[in-house]
Design a protein. Sequence first.
Length: 379
Amino acid sequence: MNFKLSEEHEMIRKMVRDFARNEVAPTAAERDEEERFDRGIFEKMAELGLTGIPWPEQYGGIGSDYLAYCIAVEELSRVCASTGVTLSAHTSLAGWPIFKFGNEEQKQKYLKPMAQGKKMGAYGLTEPGSGSDAGGMRTIARLDGDDYILNGSKIFITNGGEADIYVVFALTDPENKHKGTTAFIVESDFPGFSVGKKEKKMGIRSSPTTEIIFEDCRVPKENILGEVGEGFKIAMMTLDGGRNGIAAQAVGIAQGALDAAVDYAKERVQFGKPIAQQQGVGFKLADMATQVEASRLLTYQAAWLESEGLPYGKESAMSKLLAGDTAMKVTTEAVQVFGGYGYTKEYPVERFMRDAKITQIYEGTQEIQRLVISRMLTK
Ligand code: CAA
């Protein structure tokens, strides 16, 4: 057993850490305040090859692996969780199903420009009436000659409005729920596709979250991803990996809050000595660091399993469960270490705390992770 990261992984970590510090961190608070997405940051990530980390070079990627991708999401989220999830949704929710289930033509047409960062991807599963019960979707896809006509809407779409390519799920056989669901690749300029309401959110405010609407949206048959009726399985398998990307985001948020808390505790003097030397605060920092490290190890393990081609669905659900809860606990404690200052926007910890909450909710709530894990344990 070897816990040492390879030279390639260390190199990617250093590159993303420098980029995050120099290009992402300086505007993170302002973008959060203004709820402003910055496409320029995505374009700079593309220049560094970050928009296609796990995909082979023939599809525009850098031919690395899922661990490298998780490290990148972690380092970005350490300064800006919105930037972390932009990359995560683009890579594991939109790129992954095309890589895994797309035919050669689809990979060249869609995955390649996405990996090169010329196009951005998003994933549309959730609907107003079907969140945790993803199989309860209502969006319909009706065959009409060589096209499918999509009608319905999807909500809470990360990268919504900014993305050019959407992997969406619709019922091609409404009587047949899971086995009647099909995955489609939809381009943002297909007639009948539009972007609806943009959500105003507690956290990850510089990552756009919108509704997407299909009104007689014509999608050519060749844009079916995988087989007709295979969509629910594709949606679930996509989330298996996506959840580990969110775990990486959660680890990054928690690490960012821990870094800030340690620095502050070393400088803040009360009762004649730095608060880090007061046992109440020192022990808090110790617990925070321990939780972050445990979450990181589980997250890296799940990423490693996926990179090795081994089963990773259970471990990925576990990593999101642990890391999401860790992010919430650690950021809350970081605010506590900062005291009154932590509650203000003068320091980043209040943003980290607001950003952390979503990691317990999206890509399956913590309750759904427990359901997934317990079903896998007992099946
Ligand atoms: N891999 C492969 N197949 C799977 C699978 C997996 N991980 N999970 C389920 N399936 C298959 C099952 O084997 C079953 O197939 P058969 O009928 O052939 O046996 C079929 O799918 C139905 O499975 P279930 O009976 O388990 O389905 P269910 O209706 O009970 O739902 C669930 C299971 C786990 C609760 C699922 O609905 C779920 O994951 N819900 C949460 C949805 C979610 O995470 N949404 C987040 C959306 S993305 C997002 O958050 C926004 C963003 O952009 C970041």
